[in-house]
Design a protein around this ligand. Sequence first.
Ligand SMILES: Nc1ncnc2c1ncn2[C@@H]1O[C@H](COP(=O)(O)OP(=O)(O)OP(=O)(O)O)[C@@H](O)[C@H]1O
Ligand SMILES: [Mg+2]
Length: 602
Amino acid sequence: MRRPHPVRRMVPLVGIVATVLLLIFAFVLGLVSFGKMRQVVTEEFNGQQLVLAQNLAALIQQDLDFLRRELAVLNLSPSLQGGASPALVNRLKVTLASIQEGELLEIRSVSPSGREAVVLDGSGVARIEPGPFNDDPCFLWALVAANRGRILVDDSPRSLRERYGGRPLLTMATPHYRAATAGVGSRRQDEFSGVLLFVLDASAIASRFTDHARSGSTGYAWVLDERGTFLAHPMSSFVGKNAFEVRPRLNPAIGFEGINAIMRDRMLTGQEGTGSYTSGWHRQAVGPIHKLIGFCPVHVDPERPGRRWSVAVVAPVSEVHGLVASLFMRQFFMQAAIVLAILAGGISLFRMERRWTRLKKQREREVNLSSRLASLGMLSAGVAHEINNPIAIILGFTDVLLETAPPGSQAHEHLKIIERQALACKTIVENLGRFARIPEQRDETADLNEEVRRVLAMVQSTLLTEKIECRADLQDGLPRAMGDPQGLQQVLLNLITNARGAMKARGGTLTVRTYRVDDRVAVAVRDTGHGIRRQDLGRIFDPFFTTKAPGEGTGLGLSISHGIVEKTGGRITVESQHEDDVGAARSGATFTVLLPVVGDGS
Ligand SMILES: Nc1ncnc2c1ncn2[C@@H]1O[C@H](COP(=O)(O)OP(=O)(O)OP(=O)(O)O)[C@@H](O)[C@H]1O
Ligand SMILES: [Mg+2]
């Protein structure tokens, strides 16, 4: 029961320290890569926002192109030739119906003089609206001959904006020409016959696609016109308002320098790109929120590069960072699990190796002891034989002398002492003889439970007088064990006598338990006595090793028991805690005898 070498005891500690260091290293490494990964994923995410903004810009662009084409097609219609005719009204209705509801507010056909216009709006009823329209920028542009066949995209006149509650409007205008001939044979000449106009809801066009756009799980899109007016935004109160002014009004605690610079220097100058800024809210959340933005321009009028809108897609940084953090944690826990699994494997391998070494050493000790016992057995047989006769003679003569010495006389007293000491020698010699005469293994078998019961019956009353409680825990149905019943009884008696000795002064509990272990049956004798000192554990089976006072023990009980058990092919082991190490409440010893069962060839 020697303790493992201190260096070996350090191994698990070193393993644990190494694992903790490894985990810390993995964590730090993870943190560094987490920072890098966060940066890469953030850039990637913002790149995706830019792609989304480009797609939205392309969709808006396509819608504007479609409206321009519709205006051009309508301009070719012959029904425009005849002034405010029913044919014209019908044609205008067809166009109005073919355009997405809400985008086209009115179609206007202004007379060539600019004095009146035929107007068809969402009500479906055409009306003649009196002018004058000839000072409208659209009209003046249409009068220029070079603009024939071209389309102007412009703001609507204030009168119109007021009619539609100040909503951001857009006008598309194209000059209309009527075919006319100066006379027979002369060249055909077309003459200016008015201006055709679409009055469009800029906000409806912008928000048609952006309203449903999503970036990440909470990100959204918004659109600015070239002056920085919101054409589309999830907060409807922003639409029609100047972005530079409305934001600080909603949350004055935030400085919007970041987004203002992005809008002023990049979005309104027609650039596309990505960036980040601090906002004052995001959906329901209010407060400083760091956001990512991707933006792309929409060219509203291809002929005038200055006329452009800008689509922005934004999302809070936390959305990306939260995702990366959860990925990082998952990766870290996986790494930790692998490291811990390796550590657990290492520890169990180490423990297996230690157990194996212990078993090997124990076996070596047992073999050693067996051979020592064998040679001692032979020696003892000779000594026993030689001493037996002189003792018998001493006792014989003492007996004769005792008869002659009167009781109470000094001679009688001295003779009694000689007799007692000679008898003690006789016991030693008998024990030695018994040790030397350990019977050879014969094919005898024993019922372990039965032998335990017999021995306990013998010692029960003695134990009671010594305040020792006796408990028997015997497993039913045990197979028969190899070994002769007398030998087994002697072993049990020796173990119980030793246990008694250890509990003598203070009382305690003696427990005898039988059970089966694989191909063996076992009996364990456990006491709550003072226990065996660690340094004595390796010697207690040695012949003549005793800690008892001279005359109280010969030190042969355990070596004889060991010999008997070994002969059956069994083993005897001990576990003990000495009271000096663990205190009297937890001290004690357990001797376990393992015997092969009958029929087991091993
Ligand atoms: N149950 C036990 N509790 C504490 N010590 C024990 C116990 N069993 C044995 N020992 C120790 O082992 C020693 C050797 O025991 P062993 O039975 O061989 O000899 P002994 O009991 O001293 O003398 P003998 O058995 O010849 O009377 C004991 O002296 C004692 O120190
Ligand atoms: Mg003994």
